[in-house]
Design a protein. Structure first.
Lengths: 219, 219
DNA sequence: AAATGTTATTTGCAAAAAACAAATAAGTCT
DNA sequence: AGACTTATTTGTTTTTTGCAAATAACATTT
């Protein structure tokens, strides 16, 4: 029952977001093989029949290969396809995007981390892919706890506020933000834990179990 | 530079939504070949290297084959993959969903149109696919002009109101709905055009160019 | 022609949410 | 102790929403 048609190449690519120095960034990989050998591109690879249960497993494998561990948040973005997008021929690329706290990436060669508004020219259709990934991230940020996955497990209200502003790319009122977030039950106070610094200490929060389970189900 | 790995089967499936008798429905197709020959399933097929520029073109081809014309609204939903989802083996299915006004479908064998909450058992992983498609449609309905594509080009405010209620599956206040919709500039009055009936005539509207272009860009 | 029935559309008001501006709180540092 | 800085709360205004009722417009009946 095999199809009589030639089949396209099937690959996965990944858009790995992080926030470094208050700016939304992407992690790129230098290509080790042709085509476009030596250029920076989105980390990706073919789907392996043997190792990958599905494309999401393939994406996880690619991400582990790039950063050494699993991304706290991973979601399928879109599938790009066509005869022209890859010089090797007709191909289908299932693209995933992931959010990774910069704190987990310290020590990574920062040469491969670029602000999304200052990326080098990208090969294939990776420019379009990035545009779509940023659009999706911005869209979801406004009505979900998604941006919190760019922070480490403990964070202050101000950290969260800043992260939302950076991913959305707009100013948000402090008092309203606080009120809205607390009303959604997506974060919870860590009792008696504060971030202490030069001035008034800030309450530490963590994602609530509600937020965590909601996102395992990929709301 | 061909990959050394075996490649999965690549296909497209479609979730074709319409509203008939005030209920959100899906159009199914009776399978003409094994596996699951004779059962109702989502319309789909393999991607043809010769005919299809990309998976979206393949989806359009499948849809034309099923209903005879192009759907007013078509969007990629998600890509499902795995070794177990199709008995023919490892496969990747790029799924699209479409919105089709029932008025364009009159005469279609209604035996193949089922309310989404009363579908027959579906083969493959089509049950999951439907669940995801309904979820996406409902999600987008609340903040976009999407449901309007289930209506024909001219509609009254009440038509629109009813369609939103049916896709979202909840009651919406008449006055608030009207106010909100008009504030978004997604529809515009058709000057001096009314739907006349037994009682007070209703203003006819159409989608604004803003809404149309927004959705060509797949917001 | 006037009254009636029915659907369409507008209006008014109370409640809730959001935006804006400022005050208060809680530490460190001098 | 007082200045300084960041965190958090409070109050006020503006905007949106929810709900209920009034008004408008026509066809049909009286």
């Amino acid at each position: 029952m095999e199809p009589v048609y030639p089949q396209p190449l099937v690959m996965v690519d990944t858009a790995l977001f992080t926030i470094r120095d208050e700016r939304l960034c992407l992690i790129l990989a230098r290509r080790k093989e042709p085509p476009f050998e030596g250029l920076l591109a989105l980390p990706g690879g073919f789907v392996h029949a043997q190792e990958d249960a599905d494309t999401e497993a393939a994406a996880r494998r690619v991400i582990r290969g790039k950063i050494g561990f699993d991304a706290p948040y991973l979601e399928q973005l879109f599938t790009f396809s066509g005869a022209a997008r890859d010089p090797r021929g007709w191909s289908v690329s299932v693209v995933y995007y992931a959010l990774i706290p910069w704190s987990l990436l310290e020590g990574n060669p920062s040469a491969e981390v670029f602000p999304v508004d200052a990326l080098p020219p990208l090969p294939f259709d990776h420019g379009q892919i990035v545009a779509k990934a940023v659009e999706r991230l911005r869209g979801k940020a406004t009505y979900s706890s998604l941006p919190a996955f760019l922070l480490s497990a403990e964070f202050t209200m101000n950290d969260l506020h800043r992260i939302y502003e950076q991913t959305i790319g707009a100013r948000l009122d402090k008092a309203s933000f606080r009120h809205k977030i607390l009303g959604q039950d997506i974060i919870e106070e860590m009792p008696n834990r504060f971030r202490t610094g030069a001035h008034r200490p800030a309450q530490l929060y963590r994602l609530s179990s509600k937020a965590l389970t909601a996102f395992e189900r990929k709301i």
